[in-house]
Design a binder for this molecule. Sequence first.
Ligand code: MN
Ligand code: MN
Length: 332
Amino acid sequence: MAGIGLILLSSLTGCEWDAWALGLQGKASRASLPPCIDDDCNCGDFRDQASAQQVLDAFSKDPYELDRDANGQACEGLPDSAPSLDPTIEPSQSVHLSLGNPSNASVNNLNNFLIERRQYALSYHRERGIPNWVSWRLNADWLGDVERQDDFRWDEDLPEGFHQVEPEDYAGSGYDRGHLVPSGDRTADVEDNSATFLMTNIIPQTPENNRGPWRDLEDYARDLLEQPNQELSIIAGAYGDRGQIGGGNVTVPSRLWKVIVVLDQASVDGMGNINTTTQVIAVDMPNRRILKQDWRSYQTSIDRIELATGYDLLASLPAQVQTVIEAKESNH
Ligand code: MN
Ligand code: MN
């Protein structure tokens, strides 16, 4: 009997083992649940009560303490359901959005507000005072030897009526001014590097995350470009809520995610010859002080990031390609 148990256990990965040990039950599978179940879900990680309830119901116990009053209802402080995605807008000409605009960001929604620059494109959330996501291409042309400009400043591209988040709003908060597009990805000229220091590209990030697994993944991505003819399409974002800083004007996100698609730079249409075998890296990690050091341990699937955020990533790709590469568990 012991032998059978050992064979069963050895076929499970570390994360599956955790979920199994915590009592994942019934029809629920890890692949159909948000990435936070792989480390520690909190009510602030969920978009709405319905998705928190799904996690509560998937386990035989309440391993994440989502139902502290034990009335069977998870995270009752959350809205019942999150708003649906904004209507589709005209496709952008920006190369940084050629794989899609995952939240249909536009100038019509101030909390899903589209800003397109030469260096990257982003969706900004006025009430949270941080970007929802930032998307950018990366190839050797963007890399040079320009020094880090460190000129954090508010973003003049935000229209009137937006509270301007200042670099000082982060002072004394205990959080780093964390870049979504890293300074190190825009070093070909001073203006490009400086653009990464606009506060619309910045989130409050724990130092342990920013200078730990998050930075290691940034380095790993740049190292991929040492292979000939490679180009990356990168999108990174922040969701969830673990409080506010800056006098309440800046929300601290509880989770950070990133998707890196490895493109063939030589492709004629600029889309990188993406097909069902295209390599993708997908991570979703907690914005906490105590976390695992290896970014690889936070790998997940694009499907699960879509589940947690409500976005449609890689929306410009054919549906059958999305279906395959989004379901794959990132494994680098
Ligand atoms: Mn950083
Ligand atoms: Mn998708």
